[in-house]
Ligand binder design. Structure first.
Ligand SMILES: NC(=O)c1ccc[n+]([C@@H]2O[C@H](COP(=O)([O-])OP(=O)(O)OC[C@H]3O[C@@H](n4cnc5c(N)ncnc54)[C@H](OP(=O)(O)O)[C@@H]3O)[C@@H](O)[C@H]2O)c1
Length: 407
């Protein structure tokens, strides 16, 4: 197979001294079962006992607690004005008899699926429960345990898992939390490469795609939290990897920092089918063995025409469809038959049992500089609404993280 020769991937030297800096400056260097309906309801109930009357704010143990609330259910693209930053007060103490944990939130993750949770619940429509207007947004995050009613955690432990978009949270669904055992990497990594997006990339690529050395791999939304890792896992295996992204800056990142063999800006391609087989760049002259699908829509249609016989498509997500009232149709499914392609959707929920195995692989790869990880960190809870909204306009470069507190 004739591929364009790529520049050999040179891993950057790890530089632990910069690991705790915001990567917007540094630039390069969640679903353990998500809060199911049951979990969220429990949490809301307990939260009510944790947040007390502002009039009592002067009493000992009561502190202010900034929160980002969902104002009302969202349709179409989410807007900053769909959310509201308030300062509530919280009693810095677990409710009597609680088996939960009281945590200080450090890093919060902005994830595309959050958009689903901002939608009015429709029976049978989604696999995650909706937020309630007037309640804090929730999602994956990294936090420090202040008090624990669960013997698995003790004050001072760091955890990652489902928490609230607020400074302090009481988490009752402790079974969904991971205790962070390795703190010699930046804690923010547990919102991304070492958290939900990391295990998604790992399971989606190795388990769903069944990849082999030398195969051709295409990744969409390739500079995002999941895509950047899938591309690098594929390179480590010896695959030929092309990514698509929505800006020149992201294409440069894929080509020059993340070790992709090639990349293109899909927004500049009026004909995606032609782009994928363009002879000048020779992206996929003989077709695609593996497509890691993150965006859906027109990209999926174009890829279907370019799949090789016995190819695999892992459907991780379809972000281009999340904000549409009327989702686009797919016109080229016929190629699944003629090319005998296996197309499989998956959710990370089914793969958390692999987390230990995943860490064994990815932690050394990070420390040895075999994997480069790019985060986009904004500071403060007040920046969270814009950061979340930005995912749907492609404003994030790398994994979007909100640093609530760095201590
Ligand atoms: N199955 C699972 O369990 C699971 C778990 C995690 C994530 N996911 C899915 O995986 C996908 C990637 O997630 P992520 O966390 O890596 O995302 P991310 O880092 O938040 O990146 C999102 C990126 O998607 C691209 N995008 C936004 N709107 C788009 C559109 N209309 N058309 C094409 N691209 C668009 C943008 O990049 P560009 O500038 O390149 O357009 C944006 O930066 C999403 O679909 C997400 O829902 C699934």
């Amino acid at each position: 197979m004739a591929y364009v020769q790529s520049t050999p991937y040179k891993p950057p030297l790890p530089n632990p001294s910069t690991w705790n800096q915001p990567l917007r400056q540094q630039q390069h260097c969640s679903f353990r079962p998500p809060p199911t309906e049951r979990v969220s309801k429990k949490r809301d109930k307990e939260k009510k006992t944790a947040i007390i009357d502002p009039m009592a704010a002067s009493k000992e143990g009561v502190i202010s607690n900034k929160q980002v609330l969902l104002k009302y259910y969202v349709t179409g693209f989410p807007k900053e004005s769909d959310m509201q930053l308030i300062t509530a007060t919280t009693k810095l103490k677990l409710p009597e008899g609680s088996m939960g944990v009281l945590v200080k939130n450090l890093y919060l993750s902005c994830d595309p699926y959050t958009r689903f949770r901002m939608t009015k619940p429709e029976p049978g429509a989604g696999y995650v429960d909706s937020f309630k207007p007037g309640s804090p947004i929730g999602g994956y995050g990294v936090a420090k345990v202040l008090e624990s009613g669960d013997p698995k955690f003790k004050p001072g432990d760091f955890i990652w898992g489902m928490t609230g978009w607020e400074e302090y949270s009481v988490i009752t669904a402790t079974e969904s939390l991971f205790k962070i055992q390795h703190t010699d990497v930046p804690l923010s990594y547990y919102t991304g490469i070492l958290g939900m997006p990391g295990i998604t990339a790992y399971a989606g690529f190795y388990e769903v795609c069944n990849p082999k050395k030398g195969e051709t791999v295409f990744v969409s939304a390739a500079s995002g939290a999941v895509g950047q890792l899938v591309g690098q896992f594929a390179k480590l295996l010896g695959c030929y990897v092309v990514g698509s992204a929505g800006s020149k800056e992201k294409v440069d990142l894929l080509n020059n920092k993340l070790g992709f063999d090639n990349a293109f800006n899909y927004k500049e391609e009026p004909d995606l089918d032609a782009a994928l087989k363009r002879p000048v760049d020779i992206y996929f002259p003989e077709g695609i063995d593996i497509y890691f699908e993150n965006v859906g829509g027109k990209m999926l249609d174009a890829v279907l025409q370019n799949m090789r016989v016995n190819g695999r498509i892992a459907v991780c997500g379809m972000i281009s469809q999340y904000t549409l009232d009327q989702r686009e149709g797919c016109h080229n499914l016929i190629y699944l038959v003629s090319k005998q392609v296996r197309m499989q959707g998956f959710t990370v929920l089914s793969y958390y049992h692999l987390y230990g195995k995943f860490l064994e692989m990815v932690l050394p790869a990070i420390k040895e500089g075999k994997i480069t990880y790019v985060e986009d960190v904004v500071e403060g809870l007040e920046s969270a609404p814009a950061a979340l909204v930005g995912l749907f306009a492609g404003r994030n470069v790398g994994k979007q993280v909100v640093a609530v507190s760095r201590e």
